[in-house]
Ligand binder design. Structure first.
Ligand code: BES
Ligand code: MN
Ligand code: ZN
Length: 498
């Protein structure tokens, strides 16, 4: 996909060249200075007039009208060099690739060195550019017989840089792996629920596991019954689709120690069950397996990058349906851990499925746990749709997740978790726990419930109900699934320190 060259001549035959510009002097450097000369100073003129702008996010497409080999140059503003960083460069590159795609170019070229700045090394720029390329040009096929807009595909990207070629190539590969894995997660979330059942998700995971030589375990209903996974089974009770508990293990250390457990909610469709969702809020509930998608996306990156860590991914998967067999409010169920749960709301099903998955992850040796879940509408009310809600029982582990999320550009914000919250989830006359202590702070209640199963194990909870999908197109994506937390989880694993 990416070809790296160490020299960009003004005569090179290129359809579309992307050049980044930082706000500084009113003149051009390197390739652009040569181009300016060929164009008789017109680029400088356009820069003066503000037609070409270095302001962050400003873009200009300039036709060279046969005066040089490069047909079109897309200038993309990078803002002030001091404030620009990996994230802002990635966004700018994403915008530029979107413009290149709109221009119906089948190939694009990038002047990589023009993106290098005070806080952005050549490797950073290369990673940002290839990741942005994958993310920005993502598109979900869909099922239209005839697409409204025929898609154009950029089939290759020429990258020009005077930096160390091997380093540039390596960083391009990493960024592209991260971007593509995020797109894999997006694809899973965008799939309609009739085309992605629990078993379909399990088959996807199996293929992934086979590709990367992970240890694979997929539990069916009978095995779950034997293991006493009463919480996940309760959620599945009303469904004609059998449940799956999906386990993938990656061993990157000699010994199976310091295992990171990644647990992703894999509810393929959430009707709410007997605590039925109103018709408006049921639409979109195909995305209730976005946590599972993020975990599988992260496992794809892990499979490619092979970090020196141990990881167990555990995904409880089912849909949440109504039928004569379905579980009901007032039911009392027993989770795999032995804890009994009074069901007050069948729409608080994610925490039930996750309870058994967390217990199972611990049984598989997880000494650290991250759960990722589209768990509550409450988190959207609390934090909006740009922030993932986080909770923890362990400060230093949380710190590591926070750092990974910042690096990935997937921001998280901490919600409180106190003894009083524990008390509320433990408040039941007839069971150990209740699954829905009421509307007040209910995003916190979701996390607090899962904490009852993490127990002493360092644990971070990520509620992605607000961030898993978006209504808006952006520099690095389109409306629909975002693939959020794929990269955060992968970076957490890569950088993890005991
Ligand atoms: N899957 C939903 C949460 C959700 C809401 C995800 C909106 C994406 C967008 C979850 O299972 C749910 O229904 N949560 C309830 C919990 C309540 C019954 C305690 C909620 O948030 O309303
Ligand atoms: Mn629900
Ligand atoms: Zn749900």
């Amino acid at each position: 996909m990416f070809q790296v060259h160490n020299n960009l001549a003004t005569g090179s035959k290129l359809e579309c060249l992307i050049v980044g510009i930082y706000e500084h002097a009113s003149k051009f450097f390197g390739f652009t200075a040569d181009a300016d000369e060929l164009l008789e100073g017109q680029l400088t003129q356009l820069l003066k007039e503000g037609e070409i702008s270095a302001k962050a996010g400003k873009a200009a497409k300039i036709h060279t009208l046969g005066k040089m080999g490069v047909k079109k140059i897309i200038f993309i503003g990078l803002g002030k060099e001091k404030t620009a960083d990996f994230e802002s460069v990635r966004e700018a590159a994403g915008k530029a690739f979107k413009l290149a795609k709109e221009a119906k170019s089948s190939s694009a070229a990038v002047d990589l060195d023009s993106f290098i700045g005070a806080n952005v090394t050549g490797s950073d720029a290369a990673h940002a550019i290839s990741e942005a390329f994958a993310l920005a040009t993502y598109h979900f096929e869909g099922y239209k017989q005839k697409s409204n807009e025929p898609e154009t595909f950029i089939e290759e990207v020429q990258v020009f840089s005077k930096e160390d070629q091997d380093e540039v190539k390596a960083a391009l590969t990493v960024g592209y792996v991260f971007g593509r894995a995020t797109n894999s997660a997006r694809n899973l979330v965008n799939l309609p629920p009739n085309m992605l059942t629990a078993d379909d998700l399990a088959q996807y995971a199996r293929k992934l596991g086979e590709k990367y030589n992970f240890e694979i375990e997929i539990l069916g209903k009978e095995e779950m019954e034997k293991l006493g996974m009463g919480a996940l089974l309760a959620v599945n009770q009303g469904s004609v689709e059998p449940p799956r508990m999906i386990v993938l293990k990656y061993q990157g250390k000699e010994e199976w120690t310091d295992v990171i457990g990644l647990v992703g909610k894999g509810v393929t469709f959430d009707t709410g069950g007997y605590s039925l969702k109103p018709r408006e809020s049921m639409v979109g509930m195909k995305s209730d397996m976005a946590g599972a998608a993020a975990v599988l996306g992260a496992m794809e990156i892990i499979g490619e990058m092979k970090p020196g860590q141990n990881v167990v991914a555990v995904i409880p998967s089912t849909d949440n349906m109504v039928s004569g067999n379905a579980f009901k409010p007032d039911d009392v169920i027993t989770a795999m851990s032995g804890k009994t749960i009074e069901v007050l709301n069948t729409d608080a099903e994610g925490r039930l499925a996750l309870a058994d998955a967390v217990t199972y992850a611990k049984q598989h040796g997880a000494g650290y746990l991250v759960d990722v879940a589209t768990l509550t509408g409450g988190v959207i009310i609390a934090l909006g749709s740009e922030m993932t809600g986080a909770m923890t029982n362990n400060e230093s582990f949380f710190e590591q997740v926070l750092e990974a999320s910042a690096e990935a550009g997937e921001p998280i914000w901490r919600l409180p978790y106190t003894k009083k919250d524990q008390k509320r989830v433990r408040n039941s006359k007839i069971a150990d726990l209740n699954n829905s202590p009421g509307r007040e702070g209910h995003a916190i209640m979701g996390g607090a419930f899962i904490a009852e199963f993490a127990e002493e194990t360092p644990w971070v909870h990520l509620d992605i109900a607000g961030t898993a999908t978006t209504k808006k197109d952006s520099e690095l994506g389109t409306a629909g699934a975002t693939g959020v937390m794929t990269r955060t989880l992968a970076l957490l694993v890569e950088r993890f320190e005991v």
